[in-house]
Design a protein around this ligand. Sequence first.
Ligand code: NAG
Ligand code: NAG
Ligand code: NAG
Length: 578
Amino acid sequence: MARLCLAVCAIFFLLCLHASLTSSLRLNPTAEDKGNHARRTAYHFQPAKNWQNGPMYHNGMYHLFYQYNPHGALWDIGNLSWGHSVSGDLVNWAALDTALDPTSPFDINGCWSGSATILPGGIPAILYTGIDADKNQVQNVAFPKNPSDPLLRQWEKPAYNPIIPLPADVPGDKFRDPSTAWLGHDGLWRIAVSAEVAGVASTLVYKSKDFIRWDRIAAAAPLHASHAAGMVECPDFFPVSHDGGQVVRHVLKVSVMDTLQDYYMVGRYDDATDAFSPSEPERGDDCRSWRRLDYGHVYASKSFHDKRKDRRVVWAWANESDSQADDVARGWSGVQTFPRKAWLDEDGKQLLQWPIEEIETLRRRRFGLRRGTRLDAGALREIAAGGVAGLQGDVEVVFRIPSLEEAERVDDPNSLMDPQKLCGEKGADVPGGVGPFGLIVMASGDLHEHTAVFFRVFKHHDNYKLLMCTDLRKSSTRAGVYKPPYGGFVDMDIEEHKTISLRTLIDHSVMESFGGGGRACITARVYPEHVATSNSHMYVFNNGTDTVKVVKLDAWELATATVNVIGDDGAQQRHSEA
Ligand SMILES: *[C@@H]1O[C@H](CO)[C@@H](O)[C@H](O)[C@H]1NC(C)=O
Ligand SMILES: *[C@@H]1O[C@H](CO)[C@@H](O)[C@H](O)[C@H]1NC(C)=O
Ligand SMILES: *[C@@H]1O[C@H](CO)[C@@H](O)[C@H](O)[C@H]1NC(C)=O
């Protein structure tokens, strides 16, 4: 099981070329919403078939490399290639041939995750983990065969690989996922690599002058070490600023195999010593107590700097929640979250994440609710969306909380320790004081199937805690599907703000929600049965005794993007250009 996620991280990078990939947008996807296509997403990235996961990067043209099994829908440890797709806008994608295949002694048992870096002169390089002939994990480099090919279709793996063999103090199956490289003031390249060193989950730093010979530095003091976390993987390390500002902090993100979650810490990075000092040391040494990138169902996130819009873009992989037999029947499994812009909150401690603005190119019909609509206790108001928007939608709502008087009091602070558990105990149908209020989405006409995305305010002494939940327990009548209540706290001063925003992206079998302007994100995979025969409905509701007001509500129907489309012959259409 844990192995499933080993391979996860990926990359992108960009070229100096504007792609003219046409975005043929199809509305009305319901006609093809039959059989195995029913769960296929309309605007989330996925290959046409077979197993995938992993992310991306940059300039005029975006490239996404991802873990791909050319032979089947499941993860096959020995046959992993790097799939490759390109896009002009991060929304519409065309599939190219695989970029890397396990054909060399240093990767003969699989091309696992890695990253791309743009070297001076605009030449991209890929660093990736190969499973060599001895089944050891080693780090390799690859370069484009023809750097002037705008699509960078073919990649060469130099014979001098591996560039970083397995270190003597690291087990053969615990050394992987080189990050995108960064340059220090000393002019040397650095990368982060995950390794278990003497039983300790470590994020090691390697340095290089020429990108080919790499030395492990600060062996005694890796960027991060978690003693009890087990193996961590897919490290991501990047500078962040407040929106549009100067770089003020760095973020270290790791994916923890033990919990299958992504955690991050904001901190200060000193490239003279390659030391990373957490901004919240009180969260402890164990990365499992850091902030969560997403409180739902994602893993192996990866980010890149989008030079075109000078922004940090984060993607994560959301695997399926039904069975492997379902994966095989569908012919594919796993999607990427919609790309998110990430930046540093004013508090200097947390990231804000928000769907990239390009999603607006997909917006079609808009639905709303009158500003100032009051939601009294027990209110349930349908948003006149129906049709396509119920399955392919983008909803943004802002609630005003006139009073916090009625917030539910909590005496035992321990009951505020586990937000997911709290969401399980206090669902949308458990009336409260301030909340639960929020959205009901992907609902059948009789509400028998529905997913509630909502907030609830608690008071402990003089502090308010804002809980956000995505409750999947009633999302589908189908058995054998993972349907937990997900939850996280939104870290904001609700007393001062008095308003709370919620944005939810709905795309057939994936739902992404952003609470409090992107302070808390919850991604979920959902498999409602009613969509095969009827529309999905959408509502706002309030089950708290305190009235809340809808300051604004906009819901859009989204068009279907062109994503690695399957041709009539069943083959993945490839973008070929001489
Ligand atoms: C790769 O896939 C092929 C075809 O499915 C299979 O025969 C082979 O055993 C796989 N190789 C490994 C190393 O798993
Ligand atoms: C994929 O999702 C299932 C839940 O259906 C979970 O049990 C499994 O651990 C997930 N795998 C990864 C790698 O996240
Ligand atoms: C609100 O609570 C009542 C009482 O438990 C319940 O019947 C109703 O379904 C709840 N509303 C929502 C939207 O869950």
